[in-house]
Ligand binder design. Sequence first.
Ligand SMILES: C[S@@+](CC[C@H](N)C(=O)[O-])C[C@H]1O[C@@H](n2cnc3c(N)ncnc32)[C@H](O)[C@@H]1O
Length: 265
Amino acid sequence: MEKDIVDRIYLEKLGQVIYELTGNHYPEERLVLLAKKINAYLDKHDNKDAKFKIDEFLKTKTVFKEILDLITVPETKFFRELPQLETFAKHIVPLLKLPIVVASYACATGEEPYTIAMILEELNITNYKIYGFDINETYIQKARSGIYSKKILIDIPENYKKFVRINNDNIEIDKKIKQKVDFKVLNLIREEDFASMMERFDAAFCRNALIYFDSNSKSKAVKNIAYTLKKGGYFVVSMTEVLNPIHTHMFETIKINNIFFYKRK
Ligand SMILES: C[S@@+](CC[C@H](N)C(=O)[O-])C[C@H]1O[C@@H](n2cnc3c(N)ncnc32)[C@H](O)[C@@H]1O
């Protein structure tokens, strides 16, 4: 391993450039994790080449695949935070006009957008479109495949299992659903990435991603997401997250079953 890679100044610079480009913030405890990931990456690959790539990243400030794989957290699952999804299905979906168009921001490998599609299908709604967005192209490619390990079946409630096909060790999302879910690479803090999506969505999910942002980058992301919501559209964050007062002027806060939803003013 190249010794200087774990040098404190180098690491802080890396954290700073990642922050500028992606909004992901590196306080002390995450810097330690970043150091571990960088070291593992250097151990796995040819050190010189890998180190050269990171040096290039610092110089050019252009995000490349390997860096994104190091800094993004793909943790997700089907039907994550089920009580919130059930509340959304029961109390919010009936308020939406057809066709229902939903964004799933920071969707990682696609489990969330496919879950939303399954929920709408189960409500006998067929006139809908879901868009999954993430900064990491590797995740987006996996999402597009619609193929997951059979192990995830455990996350899918019984009545929704009809929306997947089991093939040996894998499951595949039903074709009818796959056709209605599109995926695109998008950076939450890049205003340009949102330019063509003004007031496009009836609901926008962005769960378990903004927790890695600081207040400044979170503000940018929330503003970009708000721009893509129709007036009266709903913004859904994780049940463990709340919007700060600086963000809520764009939204009316609504509490249903003790769960917060944010309605675009
Ligand atoms: C922990 S996952 C959350 C997945 C899903 N929303 C959920 O709640 O299960 C966080 C995702 O945020 C994505 N992400 C991080 N920074 C991003 C950015 N600036 N723009 C878009 N996506 C980003 C990561 O690539 C990762 O897939």
